[in-house]
Design a protein around this ligand. Structure first.
Ligand code: GAP
Length: 451
């Protein structure tokens, strides 16, 4: 609906504020993009980017050259985005400045298959299709291979990225039962998209969109190369107008040219029943003859778009735990791949005899490139375990009085199971490293060996 149509509906049904019964104001136009002034005079208007994607699109030519002129290829970028949200709320979930990470995968619009699709085709995802949403049905578990075969997901490349998003989110610690992909319904699809699935994570605010995965077709590259005169048109109408123009036959185009010459305007009928006045200032018709040796295509774009703040929020909330029977003892079950520190070293007390062993362990951990922390502060060992659990450190090595005896041993403690095992000081770092790398490579998390 445009402004007037909305106003008419409000008037027709005499719509009031639901809480207070007050009259509503007339609908106003609202720009979701953040306006700013550029330069010292402040006369040049600019807009902060609402997505990182556009920087990639305007550099497309260079990027294509960088890829030896071949499709497909993908580009990734991370950075800040700004949106003039009407109502920022819910902590990190809806903010006006946020970090986005986007991948733009450019491919031939006629070949949206993906060479690695077979390798992930059997992965089962929870898909909440537009049809199921309309019919009031729930989400379904289905392999991505089947979803693409049944045209539920538009093409292999889109399906491939959805699966990679699924793998990524699980790897960093999102719970499988708290993850689903919801398809956009026609009335919510962005103007540029022809199919779009949101990876949604379950939080205390309900299901929250954390990653969007859209097939943007050729929308951006096609429009970036349009004449700037298109800026004259209101954003809302731009797509409808370009669609109407692209459907004109050669005879229609001749008619446009003649009418513009005679009357200095041409009334273009749009699909939504409205009209748009073309004038010579905003459009001109050029005739040219072209011999075609190669087919020109405008590449399509598949775009996974990650909202880092929302992912972090869901991750922290889903991994926040309290020890059974002791609600004061909270901890994070973050997988070690995202835990900022991988291991702690905890001397049982501040006995100076422990120092050489602490130094030995710390040096070995540094050499193994494992971030770690020595907690030799005062406080009971229980309190210090709790402190390392609170900051999600997956492993703790304790140096105690047995360490002083030959053969020198330490205990290794697992944050989640609380299990401990005594190991030789020379082997403990390898055990930590193996446990971490097995987790990273996607194998079953090797808890504590040799209990
Ligand atoms: N280029 C595609 C695009 O911008 P989007 O769904 O509008 O798609 C992508 O945004 C992601 O950015 C969303 O999935 C969400 O995680 C995050 N996001 C969007 N608006 C946000 C806001 N106001 N605050 C925090 N994150 C936001």
């Amino acid at each position: 609906m445009n402004k007037q149509e909305m106003s008419d509906v409000l008037a027709k049904y005499n719509i009031k504020s639901p809480l207070t019964g007050n009259d509503l104001t007339e609908p106003i136009e609202f720009n979701l993009m953040f306006a700013t002034q550029i330069g010292p005079t402040g006369l040049v208007k600019g807009f902060l980017r609402p997505e990182t994607a556009q920087g990639i699109f305007v550099n497309f030519k260079r990027l294509l050259e960088f890829n030896q002129g071949k499709l497909p290829f993908a580009v990734a970028q991370i950075g800040n985005s700004f949106r003039n949200e009407i109502s920022p709320r819910s902590g990190l979930i809806r903010v006006r400045e946020f970090t986005m990470a986007e991948i733009e995968h450019f491919c031939d619009p006629n070949q949206k298959n993906h060479p690695k699709f077979e390798s992930i085709a059997d992965t089962r995802l929870t898909l909440y299709s537009a049809c199921n949403q309309m019919d009031g049905k729930s989400a379904q578990q289905i392999s991505i291979g089947e979803a693409v075969r049944n045209n539920l997901v538009a093409n292999e490349t889109l399906g491939y990225y959805m699966t990679r998003i699924h793998q990524f989110l699980l790897t960093i610690g999102i719970k499988p039962e708290c993850l689903r992909f919801r398809q956009h319904m026609n009335n919510e699809m962005a103007h540029y998209a022809c199919d779009c699935w949101d990876a949604e994570c379950l939080t205390s605010y309900g299901w929250v969109e954390c990653v969007g995965c859209a097939d943007r077709s050729a929308y951006d590259l096609a429009n970036i190369h349009k004449p700037l005169a298109y800026d004259w048109w209101q954003r809302n109408d731009a797509k409808t107008i370009t669609d109407a123009l692209s459907k004109l036959s050669i005879n229609d185009v001749n008619d446009v040219e003649q009418t513009l010459k005679d009357k200095q305007e041409f009334i273009l009928n749009l699909e939504n029943g409205s009209e748009f006045k073309l004038t010579p200032e905003i459009i001109s018709v050029k005739h040219s003859t072209k011999t075609v040796h190669v087919e020109d295509i405008t590449p399509s774009v598949i775009e996974p778009s990650f909202g880092i703040g929302r992912i972090m929020y869901a991750l922290l909330e889903q991994n926040f735990q309290c020890r059974e029977g002791d609600e004061q003892r909270c901890y994070f079950t973050l997988p070690s791949v995202v835990a900022p520190l991988k291991c702690s070293i905890l001397p049982l007390s501040n006995n100076a005899e422990f120092n050489p062993f602490i130094r030995q362990l710390s040096t070995a951990l540094t050499k193994a490139e494992l971030s770690h922390k020595v907690d030799d502060s005062s406080g009971s060992i229980g309190r210090r375990y709790a402190r390392t659990d609170e900051i999600a450190i997956p492993f703790g090595i304790t140096v105690d009085f047995d360490t002083l005896k030959e053969p020198h041993t330490v205990t290794l403690r697992d944050r989640d199971s609380l299990k401990q095992v005594r190991l030789g000081i020379d082997e403990v770092i390898d055990v930590v490293k193996t446990s971490l790398s097995e987790e990273l490579s996607g194998l079953k998390y090797l808890k504590i060996p040799r209990i």
